[in-house]
Unconditional design. Structure first.
Length: 430
C-alpha cells in the first residue's frame, strides 16, 4: 500500500473523528476519494489527483447510517457495522428490563479513567451493535462526550462518531461527588502553607478528608466547579436506566501525594475503602431518591501498573479494597462490576501512566455488559465463557486461529471485527 493510501485511509477512519478541525471541508461522510483529493491539494504524502471514476475500498469497511434519536426529535450520523446481526455470539433471556430494540440510557461518572479512556465509548458501541438504542440526552452536568485524551483503538471508527456523555474530573476522588456543599468543612491551612489560605477538612469514616477536589487536594489545581453535587446528579440522571460510577479510583492512591488529602494521616490503603463506601452510598442514595429504579453499577478499582503491564505485587491489595467496597455498599439496584486483565500483556497506556489502554478498556466494557445481563437488565448480551475457560480466553492471543467466537469476545487482545472474524486487538496508537 502506498504512503498516500495509508494516510488517506487513516484520516477517513480515525482522524476525522478525533481531529475534525484538521480536515476543513471534509466530514465523517466524505469518501476516500475526497480525503485523497484533500491531501493532494495540500501537497502531502505524494497523493496524486484521484481519477474521476476511481473507487477505493479502504480497510475495515463500515456502513454509515443516520439513526434517529427519540428524545431529541433529530438524527445523528453514527457508524454501524455491516451485518451486525451475525457479527457476535450472543446470549438471550426473555425476562429482562430492556428488550432488544429498546432504549438504554446510561450516564458515566468518573475521574481521569473516563476522561482518558475509551471504555464508555466501547460500551456504547457494543450496546448499539447488540440491537439497543442509546439515545442522545440533554444533560447539564456532563463535561465530555468523548475522551479528552488517550489511545486511538483499532476499532475506533466504530465508536469515535458516537457521543457518550460523561462527567470526567481528572484527579478527583469520591468525596468530590458526595456532598452538596462545603458548609461542614473545618478551615485549616494547606500543608502549613499560609500563603495558599484556609481550606476545609471534614470527617469521613473517622478520618479527616480534604474538601478540595483536585489531585493531591491542591487548591491551585481545583479549577472551575469545586464539587459535583449529588442532588444535582440525581436530578440529571433521573431518566437514566443505568449510572456507572468510576469516581473512587483515586481514594486509595493518596500515598503518592504523602496523604495530603487525609491531612497527612498515613491511612492504611485497605481502610481507604471505608471512606469510599460512605461517599458512594451518599451518591447512590441521592440518585435513588429521584428514581429508585435506576441501576447503579460500581466499577471496580483496576490493578496497579508496572509500565504497560499489571503490577502483580499489587493484585492482592487491589482485591482486598474491591472486596470491601463490594460487600459494604449495600444499596438496592446496585451492582459491582469486577474484572481482571491478563498478567504479562500490554494493557496499560504509555500516554497516561496507570490507565488502561484499548485492551483494558475492552475488558471493562465487556464486563459491564455481562453484569447487566446477569442482573436481568438486558435481554441480549455477548456470549462469554465462564470459569476456567474465562481466564484462559481472557489471556488468549492467537486470535486469527480462534474458532470460538465467545472466547474471542472475552479476550483482551482479540476482538470480533465487523465481518464477524476474530482479529488481533492492539493497545491503541498513543
Amino acid at each position: 500500500e502506498s504512503e498516500c493510501y495509508e494516510h488517506a485511509d487513516w484520516a477517513m477512519r480515525f482522524g476525522i473523528y478525533f481531529h475534525p478541525d484538521w480536515y476543513p471541508g471534509l466530514s465523517v461522510t466524505s469518501s476516500f476519494v475526497d480525503f485523497q483529493a484533500w491531501l493532494h491539494s495540500k501537497g502531502e504524502h505524494d497523493c496524486p489527483t484521484p481519477c474521476p471514476s476511481e473507487v477505493v475500498t479502504p480497510s475495515a469497511p463500515v456502513e454509515v447510517s443516520t439513526t434517529p434519536q427519540p428524545d431529541q426529535g433529530s438524527s445523528t450520523t453514527v457508524l454501524s457495522p455491516a451485518a451486525s446481526d451475525s457479527r457476535f455470539a450472543t446470549v438471550s433471556q426473555t425476562t429482562a428490563r430492556i428488550q432488544v430494540g429498546g432504549e438504554v440510557r446510561f450516564y458515566v461518572i468518573g475521574t481521569s479513567n473516563v476522561a482518558w479512556q475509551t471504555w464508555p465509548d466501547q460500551l456504547h458501541a457494543m450496546l448499539r451493535d447488540l440491537g439497543y438504542v442509546v439515545p442522545s440526552q440533554a444533560y447539564t452536568l456532563t463535561n465530555l462526550v468523548h475522551p479528552s485524551s488517550g489511545p486511538i483503538c483499532d476499532n475506533a471508527n466504530e465508536f469515535a462518531g458516537l457521543e457518550t456523555p460523561r462527567i470526567g474530573k481528572v484527579g478527583w476522588a469520591s468525596w468530590g461527588f458526595a456532598y452538596d456543599s462545603k458548609e461542614d468543612c473545618t478551615p485549616a491551612e494547606f500543608e502549613g502553607q499560609p500563603e495558599i489560605g484556609q481550606h476545609g477538612f471534614r470527617e469521613i469514616a473517622g478520618h479527616q478528608v480534604s474538601c478540595i477536589n483536585s489531585w493531591a487536594c491542591n487548591p491551585a489545581g481545583q479549577g472551575k466547579g469545586t464539587l459535583v453535587s449529588p442532588s444535582a446528579v440525581a436530578e440529571d440522571v433521573k431518566a437514566a436506566h443505568v449510572v456507572l460510577l468510576s469516581n473512587w479510583m483515586n481514594d486509595s492512591k493518596q500515598r503518592w501525594s504523602q496523604f495530603k488529602c487525609y491531612k497527612s494521616e498515613t491511612v492504611d490503603l485497605v481502610d481507604t475503602a471505608d471512606i469510599t463506601v460512605v461517599n458512594l452510598r451518599r451518591l447512590i442514595q441521592a440518585i435513588h431518591s429521584k428514581n429508585p429504579e435506576t441501576i447503579v453499577l460500581i466499577m471496580a478499582l483496576y490493578p496497579g501498573s508496572s509500565g504497560r503491564f499489571v503490577d502483580e505485587s499489587a493484585l492482592a491489595l487491589t482485591a482486598k479494597i474491591n472486596e470491601k467496597v463490594r460487600t459494604r455498599v449495600s444499596e438496592p439496584n446496585t451492582f459491582f462490576v469486577d474484572y481482571t486483565v491478563p498478567v504479562g500483556q500490554d494493557v496499560f497506556q504509555t500516554k497516561h501512566t496507570g490507565h488502561f489502554n484499548c485492551r483494558g478498556d475492552k475488558v471493562m466494557a465487556t464486563k459491564v455488559l455481562e453484569v447487566m445481563f446477569d442482573a436481568g437488565v438486558l435481554a441480549r448480551s455477548l456470549a462469554l465463557p465462564k470459569g476456567d475457560d474465562s481466564a484462559r480466553c481472557l489471556a488468549e492471543t492467537a486470535c486469527e486461529a480462534m474458532v470460538d467466537k465467545s472466547c474471542c469476545q472475552r479476550s483482551a487482545s482479540c476482538y470480533v471485527d465487523t465481518q464477524g472474524l476474530c482479529k488481533s486487538y492492539g493497545p491503541g496508537a498513543q
